[in-house]
Design a binder for this molecule. Structure first.
Ligand SMILES: *Cc1c(COP(=O)(O)O)cnc(C)c1O
Length: 236
């Protein structure tokens, strides 16, 4: 039953992405869909996974770690940590997580670099930038970005792949367009600076409510929970 429901949800999300791409002349292949499975059980991830998605996101270390373990045999899954990061928990992620989206400060970057080195890995990270007026705490200030990227450029066990942003919560997606646009402009600015090791090709922005606007403003990664798994009973 979940399978049919997920199948339909996935089709609808893909159609929304395809229509958004048509509206701005983009190729849907440029866009990675991250299925945000938070609060849903491992079985839900397996059911969704069977339909094709290869990217899964979680916003809590204590939820992500057991799920990565439970699905350890599925080496094709790309695991994304997308939620507020506590530096002291990075060590639990380092041997398996593929992407960390929510890195706002140097201390966290250093810890990821150190733990990735110990695990013999390179972890892809995105710098979370505060683009919303709502919450001053999530993400670095745009003005801090160049300094942060300069220091991160020396780190061998992370690759900074781009930027991540959370827009202001709103029922009207048009209201968040300037916030997404700001994130894209910041990325374009940093792309011109010529760092050694960063790749700076990705923009992680757009969720269930605002994915169309995010695609039109240049998102390369969409983090979609509700539209795929249904409304969460509990949220935090
Ligand atoms: C929950 C969550 C999402 C997905 O939100 P939906 O509105 O359910 O699509 C995306 N990004 C982050 C950081 C989240 O915590």
């Amino acid at each position: 039953m979940a399978f049919e429901y997920y199948h339909q949800n996935l089709q609808e999300v893909k159609e929304r992405i395809a229509r958004a791409c048509v509206s701005c002349n983009r190729n849907p292949d440029e866009i990675t869909l991250i299925a945000v499975s938070k609060t849903n059980p491992v079985e839900a991830i397996q059911a969704m996974r069977a339909l094709g998605p290869l990217h899964f996101g979680e916003n809590k270390v204590q939820e992500l770690v057991p799920k990565m373990k439970a699905l350890d045999e599925d080496k094709q899954i790309n695991w994304h940590m997308i939620g507020t990061l506590q530096t002291n928990k990075i060590k639990y992620l380092a041997d398996r997580v593929d992407w960390i989206h929510s890195v706002p400060k140097l201390k966290a970057l250093k810890e990821i670099d150190k733990r990735a080195e110990q695990a013999g890995r390179v972890i892809k990270v995105l710098i979370q930038v505060n683009i919303s007026e709502e919450d001053q705490k999530s993400g670095c200030d745009p003005a801090e970005l160049p300094g942060l990227l300069l220091k991160a450029d020396e780190m061998q066990h992370i690759t900074v792949m781009g930027l991540m942003g959370m827009a202001t919560f709103s029922d009207d997606p048009e209201l968040v367009r300037p916030e997404f646009r700001l994130l894209r402009e910041l990325l374009e600015l940093e792309q011109k600076r010529g760092y050694k090791s960063h790749q700076l090709t990705h923009l992680s922005m757009g969720m269930t409510n605002d994915l169309e606007v995010a695609v039109q403003e240049g998102a390369t990664m969409l983090r979609i929970g509700t539209a795929l798994f249904g409304k969460r009973a509990v949220d935090f």
